[in-house]
Ligand binder design. Structure first.
Ligand code: BTN
Length: 332
């Protein structure tokens, strides 16, 4: 079900309760909004249905007792400071895949920067045909539509920008963690996977029509309870702290916009190289990369400005690998 945006009046009531941090009388609200007290009561009912916990006490009024932790448009926009990313935010309580829906919206003409979020996904998609387990109430599932107007080859660098944006977004919102990026677009913490990115695009031979950047971050979930793979971790599992999913979505989008606009002017990754090195999990280590039908072993020498993973072969030559799944070599 699609989550409708809050009406202007409901939002205003929410703002009043937030600003006060205490009880606000029904009379004050009705005077300020120019509506009857029974209309105020109806708006409070709608807010409660959204999950906000609002106390109502006779002779005192209303008090916001608990916020909602849903990555809904109003909540994300409360935190968001971007020019284009998140210009339009579509929230779904449940969807098969935010990437699938974002692709459909993009095909119908949705603008650059349109974002789709969901509380849960029934068929969350991972890279290479894998599933992305997406239980409700706990994690971030977000897909962003980009219309970069570049050659398809250049667009293949976008996942690298996206994973770095997620690292920086998580760092802004959560207590310190040892976050590592694994080429091409995973985030690991203490050897377990915290986040993944799935980028899908529609292109002609010489021009990208749109790219959908799908970001999954395990946030307030304990992996076993959430039915996540044994190899997964989350912000909660690593830090013992819960994080606002809406705040996290806004941070990731802000970081992504910065990295993306800087990248777009040159369409190569040279500027973000120091950042990639800082977080790289594979740099200087022996890795095995499985590509379609092949497995390549080598020493990871980092990425090149076009996004390839550079592997040093036994004979000292450097081999760029453009797609695949990298793992640390067990014989290392
Ligand atoms: C991976 O590591 O294999 C990529 C996982 C990507 C998951 C995200 S969750 C939001 C978006 N919608 C999807 O169906 N997949 C991506």
């Amino acid at each position: 079900m699609r989550g409708e945006a809050l009406s202007e009046r409901s939002s205003k009531i929410l703002d009043m309760l937030r600003d006060s941090g205490d009880f606000v009388s029904g009379q004050d609200i009705s005077r300020c909004l120019g509506i009857s007290r029974s209309a105020v009561w109806k708006h409070v009912g709608r807010l409660r249905k959204r999950g906000y916990v609002i106390d109502a006490v006779p002779n005192k009024g209303y008090r916001l007792a608990e916020e909602v932790d849903l990555p809904v448009s109003d909540e994300i926009k409360r935190f968001l400071r971007t020019e284009s990313l998140g210009c339009e935010i579509v929230f779904m309580n449940q969807v098969d895949s935010t990437n699938r829906l974002a692709q459909m919206l993009a095909a119908q003409g949705a603008a650059h920067g349109t974002v789709v979020t969901a509380d849960s996904q029934t068929m969350g998609r991972g890279r290479r045909g894998r599933d992305w387990i997406s239980p409700p109430g706990c994690s971030l599932y977000m897909s962003t539509i980009l219309r970069p107007g570049v050659y398809p080859a250049a667009a293949s660098q976008i996942p690298i920008l996206s994973v770095l944006a997620s690292v920086r977004g998580v760092e802004r919102m959560a207590p310190p963690m040892d976050l590592r990026v694994k080429w091409p677009n995973d985030i690991y913490c203490n050897g377990r996977k915290l986040s993944g990115t799935l980028c899908e695009m529609k292109a002609e031979m010489d021009r990208v029509e749109y790219v959908v950047v799908g970001t999954g971050i395990n946030v307030n979930v304990l992996p076993v309870q959430g039915g996540l793979p044994i190899s997964a971790t989350s912000i909660l599992a690593e830090t013992g702290t819960s994080v606002s999913r809406a705040g996290l979505a806004a941070s990731v989008l802000e970081e992504f916009e910065l990295l993306y606009s800087s990248w777009l002017s040159r369409q190569d990754l040279s500027r973000i190289m120091p950042l990639w090195k800082k977080y790289s999990m594979l740099l200087g280590r022996r890795v095995s990369v499985s590509t379609s039908g092949d497995r390549i072993f080598g020493m990871s020498m980092g990425i090149s400005p076009d996004g390839a993973l550079n592997l040093e072969m036994e004979d000292g030559s450097i081999r760029p690998v453009y797609a695949g799944d990298a793992t640390l070599d067990s014989l290392e």
